[in-house]
Design a protein around this ligand. Structure first.
Ligand code: MN
Length: 316
């Protein structure tokens, strides 16, 4: 646990230094700032990234934007610290996403998606984008506004919805590939239209995407029903650690390092496991501890009610 805190402190300090180099123009709003689309139109070379260990919203929004920029004849580099998780690799052109950036390559525009903190894109991205205009597109309330232009719409169900609006404003001819990526964003961040983040705008945009030809079952099958067998063996081992406390209101699961490694040692296999303890009747908070490296423990916290899990996260 102590190792984890030290690690987070180092990264936090790094991103604070990075922030001080920026002149921020901040937009907490639903409407796309003109500066953002003007920058996209005038830029020629682009570097796109999203947070490490990306989820469906991060990848979907980044890839939809990348496909649109390619269609606009821009030069595009797509980067992530982590590999694309197995259940998102089916999305169009994900093979273009690289885990390294060409040394000495410079960019007019860098864009980040779904990433409240700068360090989540990694040092390589921050160095490569240091002379570029950085466009920060996100919906997290705790976004640290590290971009040259920051567009934060906290009411957006998914960053994919925000990218949809950018593409509409840019008059991009939205094709099936782009629509599939945006649909992936929306269904993963709304828990397939179940979470409180689901709203009318998300439903409306999803409807438009279906009219372009998105096949909901094809998408769901690839995202939710394409697990390697180790996902189930990891879940079986993890469920044995279930602990219920605080008068049956808190459920905890633990994945120690040997269990993690025995079941393929792949972080993307952990995604979603926390929803099972949360699904127990009466449980208000679910906590998952996962030791992904010896002595390095990640923590996921989910609530099912009015508990503010961000505050608990700060205590830990
Ligand atoms: Mn998101």
């Amino acid at each position: 646990m102590i190792t984890l805190l030290k690690w987070e402190h180092t990264l936090k300090t790094f991103s604070q230094n990075y922030n001080s180099r920026r002149k921020n123009h901040n937009y907490y709003q639903k409407k796309i700032p003109d500066h953002l689309t003007d920058a996209i139109i005038s830029g020629k070379s682009f570097l796109l990234s999203c947070h490490r260990n990306p989820d469906g919203d991060a990848i979907g929004s980044m890839m939809a934007m990348a496909l649109a920029l390619i269609a606009m004849n821009k030069e595009v580099t797509i980067y992530n610290v982590s590999p694309i998780p197995y259940n998102f690799y089916f999305l169009p052109e994900t093979h273009l996403c690289s885990q390294s950036i060409l040394a000495d390559k410079t960019f007019d525009i860098a864009m980040s998606f779904d990433s409240p903190l700068a360090f989540m894109m990694g040092e390589e991205f921050l160095n490569a984008s240091s002379n570029a205009q950085l466009l920060n597109v996100d919906h997290h309330i705790n976004n640290e506004l590290y971009g040259t232009y920051n567009w934060i719409d906290t009411e957006a169900s998914a960053v994919g919805v925000m990218v949809y609006k950018i593409l509409r404003k840019l008059d991009v001819d939205l094709n099936l590939d782009m629509a599939s990526c945006i649909y992936c964003s929306i269904i993963t961040d709304t828990g397939s239209f179940r979470y409180g983040s689901t709203n009318e705008e998300a439903m409306r945009v999803a409807g438009k995407l279906l009219s372009i030809g998105v096949d909901p079952w094809y998408m769901a099958k690839n995202i939710y029903e394409s697990h390697p067998i180790e996902r189930l063996t990891l879940m079986a081992d993890t469920m044995k650690t279930l602990t219920i406390s605080a008068e049956n209101r808190v459920a905890t699961l633990t994945i120690n390092h040997s269990t993690f490694m025995k079941n393929k040692g792949d972080l993307s296999l952990i995604d979603g496991i926390i929803n099972f303890p949360r699904s127990i009747r009466g449980i208000e908070i679910a906590i998952l501890f996962y030791e992904f490296q010896p002595g390095m423990v990640g923590i996921s916290i989910r609530s099912k009610g009015n508990v503010n899990v961000t505050e608990i996260g700060k205590l830990l």
